[in-house]
Design a protein around this ligand. Structure first.
Ligand code: SAH
Ligand code: F3S
Length: 491
């Protein structure tokens, strides 16, 4: 997801509408963050112009691509296992198939992949997808192909995106690529390169195309969306060298939010991910001002200890983060907040861990994505710090973090019981074909009887019950998506 890693989505294949003139078959499988899923749609779009239709049957594929994640060791192990599976399919059922590795693992391991995994014919990093036609031609001629060159300006802003029509209601639109933050545990700056922003005009056009197709909600995607800055192209770090004119007319993330919200008053807008050190009060005011920008911020913190935050190169303190939380609640009534947390970063003591738990008690997060520290080769933490917290201690601390999250999530969800929420219907509930599932502004999955409503409707739902992450209710009518939905203040 969002950056957010949606477990149920891992390994999903993409199947798009076919072009009749295409004769070859592409099977593409994606792992990791939302950006990877979004990139796979770009890849499928590029290859659709090269004679490939997508298939969900690996045994009939001419080309098998796997879009990979390097964020934790476990993510890489999952992909290695998939490659073994491809090997078996190739031997038993489909000797003609070629295999390509895309994404972060491709970038991290480069041509080493070809030596380590005999099944792999092609290795393509996240900035090299436009070179796929050439790389496929190389492979067709029996040669291995590699392109892992990172770019300072590639944003794929000019690729007409092809959507995986899963629900036709919600879609992701990427606005920045790469990350300049250099958190010491994180491999992303190495696998996805320097931070660059996409032309706001091309973002607005893509959103318009989605609106024309009937989509109702978009999520603006980036490793660090609050750092978005458009001044005519180029890296964020070079902004200081831009002309005075470019600097004066630059578009930052708050500006972009205003532009998209005004252009599409009937579409919901979400965004992910926010970095505490980069989110501005202007962004908070933009969220508060526009009815159609959802009241939900994913605000990873990673640790509640100042010492660990410093060692992670997170450029804010615990106190600054808490004051930011206060400002969010003061500016945006009923804003849901979620976290990413890492348990067992090198040198983390029991006291540091307690600081994390007490920060969580302060914030009372609505949701969380929690991980045990996994050392990533090449990162500053791996080079400078020993991975010295024993696995069982990491696991125990992680479980304690998860327990606090479950409790505060449930408390937050209970706030909505007895209230009426606006819900955008996305699909049938997983548990019952008599119920719809959608989300409210605060991103809580909301389940209610179907009645005569349909996918894509905004419905007002009276909440009667909840679990820690799901609201259960009764629909009371369509929403006009005009006036604001307000509750007494939640803090
Ligand atoms: N800014 C990015 C972060 C991507 S990584 C984004 O949100 O788009 C997602 C999360 O994975 C991080 O916030 C962090 O909590 C976790 N993570 C990253 N590197 C990790 C590591 N080496 N070990 C454990 N968790 C890690
Ligand atoms: Fe990674 Fe930190 Fe960027 S977590 S993606 S280096 S903000």
């Amino acid at each position: 997801m969002e950056k957010v890693i949606v477990e149920e989505q891992q390994g999903t294949t993409l199947e798009l509408t076919s072009k009749e003139q295409n004769s070859r078959k592409l099977y593409i499988e994606s792992y990791g963050c939302q950006m990877n899923f979004s990139d796979s749609e770009i890849v499928a779009s590029i290859l659709s112009d090269q004679g490939f239709n997508t298939t969900s049957n690996i045994e009939e594929a001419d080309l098998v691509l796997v879009n990979t994640c390097s964020i934790r060791d476990k993510a890489e192990q999952t992909v290695r296992k998939r490659l073994e599976k491809y090997q078996r399919v190739k031997q038993k059922a489909n000797p003609k198939m070629k295999v390509g590795v895309l994404g972060c693992m491709a970038e991290r391991l480069k041509s080493k992949f070809l030596e380590e995994e005999k099944i792999v014919d092609m290795v393509v990093g996240p900035d090299a997808y436009k070179d796929l036609p050439n790389l496929v031609a190389e492979v067709d001629e029996g040669r291995d192909a590699v392109n892992v060159i990172l770019s300072k300006d590639e944003t794929y802003g000019d690729i007409a995106p092809v959507r995986l029509d899963s629900n036709g209601v919600t879609a992701f639109v990427s606005i920045t690529r790469g990350c300049d933050n250099m958190c010491t545990f994180c491999v992303v700056p190495f696998t996805r390169g320097r931070e660059r922003s996409r032309d706001p005009q091309s973002i607005l056009e893509e959103v318009q195309q989605l609106a024309d197709k009937g989509f109702k909600e978009i999520t603006l995607l980036g490793q660090n969306v609050d750092s978005y800055l458009w001044y005519g192209g180029g890296l964020k770090k070079d902004f200081k060298n831009a002309t005075p004119m470019q600097q004066a007319t630059a578009v930052d993330f708050a500006n972009l939010l205003h532009m998209v919200a005004r252009a599409q008053p009937h579409m919901r807008i979400r965004f992910s991910t926010s970095n505490p050190q980069d989110i501005s009060d202007d962004v908070l005011h933009a969220i508060a001002e526009h009815r159609n920008i959802c009241n939900y911020i994913h605000l990873p913190v990673q640790s509640g200890s100042d010492r660990i935050l410093k060692a992670m190169n997170r450029l804010h303190t615990r106190e600054e983060y808490m004051r930011l939380i206060d400002r969010i609640h003061a500016i945006i009534p009923n804003c849901a907040i979620s976290q990413d947390m890492i348990a067992g970063f090198p040198t983390e003591t029991e006291q540091d861990h307690q600081d994390t738990l007490s920060l969580m008690e302060y914030v009372k997060y609505d949701y969380g994505f929690m991980f045990a520290y996994s050392e990533r080769p090449g990162t500053l933490a791996a080079r400078k710090l020993e991975d010295d917290v024993p696995e069982d201690v990491k696991k125990r601390r992680l479980n304690e973090i998860i327990a606090v999250q479950r409790r505060t999530g449930f408390e937050r969800a209970q706030f909505f019981v007895g209230k009426t929420v606006e819900c955008l219907i996305e699909k049938e509930s997983k548990r019952s074909d008599q119920h719809w599932a959608g989300r409210n502004s605060q991103n809580y999955v909301t389940v209610f009887p179907k009645e005569n409503y349909k996918v894509g409707d905004y419905v007002m739902v009276e909440v009667t019950d909840c679990t820690s992450a799901t609201l259960i209710g009764t629909p009371i009518g369509l929403s006009d998506m005009k006036g604001p939905v307000t509750y007494e203040t939640q803090k």
